[in-house]
Ligand binder design. Structure first.
Ligand code: C5P
Length: 415
C-alpha cells in the first residue's frame, strides 16, 4: 500500500455502507484498504447485505462494531445514528444496488443507511453495482442523475462479465480503483479552479446502432478527445458528467461517467443533464442513422440473393436539441466538426445551422491527427472570432478548448 497517496483529501473518518449485491464480498477488501490508508472506518450494512457477507467479517477487519439496524436500543446507547452521521467525513457506499439508489434518490429514510445519508453533511460517494439491464433501465438512469444533482459522486460502474452471466456495464469498480478515486478526487488543485462551481457535460466516443442481436453500425471514434476534455474540465475544478459511447478508455478521475450505446440513449441522457449544465460539449461521433427496426433474431444469409437492403432512419441531432433549449436552461453549447475539406466553410455552416456558441473543427484527412490518434489540430470558431490551434497532444488541445469555452461563457449575457 505504500504507493497510495496519504488520505488527506479523504478525511480520516469513513462510513462504509454496504448494500445487497454480490459485489459485497469485495467490500471486505475495501474496508481493509481504507484502514491501511490510515482511515477510521465504521461499517453500516443493509439487511440484504448480510445475506452476502457477515457483519463479523467487517467487525474483525475494522476493529469496530458493525451497525445493521436503525431501531437497535443497544447500539443507539453507544453512538446514536445522528452522532454517527455527524462523525463521518465521507460516506462511501460500495456496492450501491439499484434499490438503494432508488431509495436514496427518493430521499427515503427507511433503514439505518438511508437515514444516515439523509442526516449527514459528509462528502457522499457511491460505487453502483448491478445487472447491466438494471443499470441501463430508465428508472436507474433517472435515479443516478438525481443523486448526482443531490451532490453524490458516482464511481463506475465498470463494464465486463457479470456474476449473473451477462456482459456489460454494472460491475462494481475494484476496491483499489475506488480507493484511488477517493484519495485523489475531486478537490481541484490550488490555482486550478477557474471552472470551480461549474457543471460541464460532455458526449464522447461513437454510438452503436443495433441491426440484430449480434451486429451493429458504428464508426472509428476512439473517444480520446472527449475523455481529454473531461480530464481538462475536471482539472479546472468543474463537476464533469461524461456521457460516453462504447470505448476502451478508463473513466478519468473525478469524472462522473454515464455509459450509453445508441444515439437515442445518448440523446435521452444528454437532454436530461444539459439544462442543469453550464457548458455542454458534443464531442461524440453520433451515428446519423439507425436501423428502422433492429431484427429480433440474427439476420440470416439468403441463398441466391446477392444483396441485403437495410432501411435506415435518421437519429436525432443531440447537440442541436441541447442548443434549442429555452434560454433559461440552455448551457453554452460547443460542437465538434470532423471535415476532410473546406474546414472553415463547413464548420461555420454547422455553427449556424445547429445554433451552437462555438465549434471546434478538425481536418480528419491529415496524417497522424484526429480519429484514434493521440494528437489533434483544430480551428476554433465562434460568432465573431476564430483561432487556429496547432497540432498538439489531445490533452493539451483540450485545455485550450476549455479556456475558449470559459471565455465564451464569461462573455455571454447571464441567463
Ligand atoms: O456529425 P456532425 O458533423 O454533424 O457533428 C457535428 C457536431 O454535432 C458534433 O459536435 C457532434 O457531437 C454533434 N452531433 C450530435 N448528434 C448527432 C450528430 C452530431 O450531437 N446526431
Amino acid at each position: 500500500m505504500s504507493s497510495l497517496p496519504a488520505p488527506s483529501r479523504l478525511g480520516p473518518k469513513v462510513l462504509l455502507g454496504i448494500s445487497a449485491g454480490i459485489a459485497a464480498y469485495k467490500s471486505a477488501m475495501l474496508a481493509r484498504l481504507l484502514k491501511q490508508a490510515g482511515c477510521e472506518v465504521r461499517v453500516v450494512m443493509t439487511e440484504g447485505a448480510q445475506a452476502f457477507i457477515t457483519p463479523l467479517t467487517l467487525q474483525a477487519l475494522t476493529g469496530e462494531p458493525v451497525r445493521t439496524s436503525l431501531l437497535d436500543p443497544e447500539a443507539e446507547a453507544g453512538m446514536g445514528h445522528i452522532e454517527l452521521a455527524r462523525w463521518a467525513d465521507t460516506i462511501l457506499i460500495a456496492p450501491a444496488t439499484a434499490d438503494l439508489m432508488a431509495r436514496l434518490a427518493a430521499g427515503m429514510a427507511d433503514d439505518l443507511l438511508t437515514t444516515l445519508c439523509l442526516a449527514s453533511e459528509a462528502r457522499k460517494v457511491m460505487a453502483p453495482a448491478m445487472n447491466q439491464a438494471m443499470w441501463a433501465h430508465p428508472a436507474t438512469r433517472r435515479n443516478a442523475a438525481r443523486l448526482m444533482d443531490d451532490g453524490w459522486h458516482l464511481l463506475g460502474p465498470a463494464s465486463g462479465d457479470q456474476a449473473c452471466g451477462d456482459v456489460g456495464p454494472g460491475r462494481m469498480l475494484e476496491p483499489e480503483a475506488i480507493l484511488k478515486a477517493l484519495l485523489t478526487a475531486p478537490t481541484p488543485a490550488p490555482g486550478a479552479s477557474e471552472a470551480a462551481g461549474l457543471t460541464v457535460t460532455i458526449t464522447a466516443g461513437p454510438t452503436r446502432e443495433p441491426l440484430d442481436p449480434v451486429r451493429y453500425l458504428s464508426n472509428h471514434s476512439s473517444g480520446k478527445m472527449g475523455y481529454a476534455l473531461a480530464e481538462a474540465a475536471a482539472a479546472l475544478g468543474a463537476r464533469v458528467q461524461l456521457i460516453s459511447g462504447p470505448v476502451a478508455l478508463a473513466c478519468p478521475e473525478g469524472v462522473e461517467r454515464i455509459t450509453v450505446e445508441t444515439a437515442l440513449e445518448m440523446h435521452e441522457v444528454a437532454t436530461r443533464l444539459a439544462p442543469a449544465s453550464d457548458i455542454f460539449i458534443g464531442c461524440a461521433a453520433v451515428a446519423d442513422y439507425r436501423a428502422e427496426s433492429a431484427a429480433e433474431h440474427k439476420l440470416k444469409k439468403t441463398e441466391g440473393e446477392a444483396g441485403l437492403v437495410l432501411r435506415l432512419i435518421q437519429n436525432p441531432d443531440i447537440i442541436a436539441s441541447v442548443a434549442a433549449l429555452p434560454t433559461a436552461s440552455r448551457p453554452l453549447v460547443v460542437g465538434f466538426a470532423a471535415e476532410t475539406r473546406d474546414l472553415e466553410g463547413y464548420a461555420r455552416d454547422k455553427l449556424a445551422r445547429k445554433g451552437l456558441d462555438m465549434i471546434v473543427a478538425n481536418d480528419v484527412s491529415r496524417e497522424g491527427l484526429g480519429f484514434g490518434s493521440d494528437n489533434n489540430a483544430a480551428l476554433v470558431l465562434w460568432g465573431d472570432g476564430q483561432e487556429n490551434l496547432a497540432p498538439q497532444p489531445k490533452r493539451e488541445l483540450a485545455d485550450a478548448v476549455m479556456r475558449h469555452a470559459l471565455a465564451r461563457l464569461a462573455a455571454r449575457p447571464t441567463r
